[in-house]
Design a protein around this ligand. Structure first.
Ligand SMILES: *Cc1c(COP(=O)(O)O)cnc(C)c1O
Length: 394
């Protein structure tokens, strides 16, 4: 314990000295366009994944409450013993139907879904080819699939991807895996190109669409809809995503894809076999969130309009903001301590935007990450742009 104590103390002291120590802000009200942060009311939230404002939607809350009363707090079991409830089956059918996928399987998070998926997909000598900026859960899932050869290609570099695919040409099975929307850059994966390359090289395309589901495409079906691709042949073969972002902001994730894949995951996926199923109230909440999204596609349209307004406004102030339809708008700062300082100043102005630095992004690439919701009003966006104007003129 003394060794640990000394190591941790040294590291923590270093973080404090560098100004890169993370402080946890405490929220005392539901997540919405405004909330109560560190005891202050009416803070404008521009850093949550509550893209469609469903985290505190009355119908989502009702569904969770009804689920709690009907099925209890939890399953007290993994799925294959006695943890498969009606609400899991209903949710999985809903997800498949919503995405136009053959079948789906829920997990307790998308992190879990990725870790449950990759080790089941590959055997000895197979290959996993992964974008350099893929989410940490994909990187860790790849490590768990240690029987495969792993290759990383430069972010969104299709020539590098092709090189990697040529390098693993001998592998019987090749998996290409990418975020649908990259969580730190807010760019959309070039799915048409990825899909063509996969078809040319006989590879399977897996897309983690956690920041794309509910956000991209006219119906919010995600990056595949945005890119005009089906889920299935000649498109994206397998999708993973989360219920913890646009689809209600609770917990849970899923894998959607071929029926035999889902069947195999039930047989072999380790989080599925050895860890409790998604809690029924959360399954019911996610189900209702998808129903609302299907009934109210105007939420997606509002989100797209807000994204456009914010990106345009930031550009007019002088920030280097690229055009992208996603709800993630990074503002590059460089130095981690400076990014944290700027986010503290924004919070003083009543705007909750978080600074990201190492190790979440590479050293020297710290940034503020603005995230949009369909529920931000024009006045709230204006206030935030005013705050950024103040920062810019600092
Ligand atoms: C947020 C995110 C996850 C994690 O989702 P959870 O359901 O919270 O585990 C996984 N992958 C990507 C790409 C994400 O952005």
């Amino acid at each position: 314990m003394n060794i640990l104590h000394k190591r941790f103390a040294d590291t923590l002291e270093g973080l404090h000295a560098a100004g890169t120590y993370k402080r946890l802000r405490t929220i005392a009200a539901p997540m919405a366009a405004t909330t109560r942060v560190d005891g202050v009311d009416e803070i404008l939230v521009f850093c949550s994944n509550n893209y469609l404002g469903l985290a505190n939607h009355p119908k989502v809350l009702e569904a969770a409450e009804a689920g709690l009363r009907r099925y209890g707090a939890g399953t007290a079991s993994v799925r294959f013993i006695c943890g498969t409830f009606e609400c899991h089956v209903a949710l999985e059918e809903k997800v498949a139907d919503f995405l136009g996928a053959p079948a789906a399987l829920s997990f307790t998070s998308c992190w879990n879904a990725n870790e449950g998926l990759l080790p089941v997909l590959v055997e000895d000598g197979d290959a996993i080819v992964s974008d350099a900026n893929n989410h940490a859960s994909i990187i860790d899932a790849g490590r768990l699939a240690a029987q495969a050869t792993r290759k990383v290609f430069a972010h969104q570099d299709m020539a590098a991807l092709e090189q990697a695919l040529v390098a693993v040409a001998e592998s019987e099975l090749k998996i290409v895996i990418s975020d649908g929307v990259f969580s730190m850059e807010g760019d959309v994966a070039q799915l048409s190109e990825l899909s063509s390359l996969c078809q040319r090289h006989g590879a399977i395309l897996v897309v983690d669409d956690s920041h794309g589901t509910g956000v991209l495409g006219a119906h919010g079906r995600g990056s595949a809809e945005h890119c005009g691709l089906p889920i299935g042949a000649q498109g994206v073969d397998i999708v993973t995503s989360t219920f913890g972002k646009a689809l209600g902001g609770g917990n849970g994730g899923f894998v959607a894809g071929p029926v035999e894949l889902i069947d195999m995951l039930v047989q072999r996926s380790r989080p599925h076999l050895f860890s409790n199923a998604l809690a029924p109230p959360l399954a019911c909440a996610a189900h209702e969130a998808i129903c609302i999204l299907e009934q109210e596609p105007e939420r997606v349209a509002r989100l797209h309009a807000n994204v456009h307004t914010m990106r345009k406004g930031l550009r007019e102030i002088g920030y280097d903001v690229v055009d992208s339809p996603t709800g993630i708008i990074p503002i590059m700062i460089g130095d981690t301590a400076e990014a944290i300082r700027l986010s503290d100043r924004l919070l003083d102005m009543g705007i909750f935007v978080v600074g990201f630095g190492f190790p979440v992004v590479p050293e020297g690439a710290a940034r503020l990450r603005v995230q949009m919701s369909s529920e931000h009003s024009a006045a709230q966006i204006e206030r935030t742009l005013d705050a950024f104007q103040t920062l810019h003129g600092r």
